[in-house]
Design a protein around this ligand. Sequence first.
Ligand SMILES: [Cu+2]
Length: 170
Amino acid sequence: MSMKIAIPTILFSVLLISVTVNVANAESVPEWIKNTASWYGEGIVSESEFINMIKFLIENDIIVLEKDTRVPQKMEATIIIPNGNFDVSSSSFYIPLNLEIIVGTTVTWANEDTVSHTVQSQDEFGKVIALFNSVPLITGDRFEFTFEEEGVYNYFCSFHPWRVGVVTVK
Ligand SMILES: [Cu+2]
């Protein structure tokens, strides 16, 4: 059972490395390499000699191995606490008011208001729960939390409880 899993894994990791022949050096394949390849085909030289020959081609940049160096995308999102958010009569809602993200996304709340705010997670009845809970954030402060499970998450500011927001994780 474990072998059935292991083999495709190895094949996949091999596929991540693409082999390109350096065109500039393609004509500079030494004669002894050609002979070694030919003799290996005829069973005259050993496999280790043949592998050493391939090593020589790699070390001398005749075969160039290009590893996939792309870094996995980090999933991030931001919720702005905008200027005037503290004012009950202003329309300075969280931006966005209902953030939709996928599992594994790190959300950063950024306080761009002139006064302090907090971010407190709530249950469906509006009661504060210990899931994500910031200290008071002064202007310019940020608070982050990574959502690892699907669901609808409500939060509010304990100083300005009329400010409520939602994070929906799909
Ligand atoms: Cu607030």
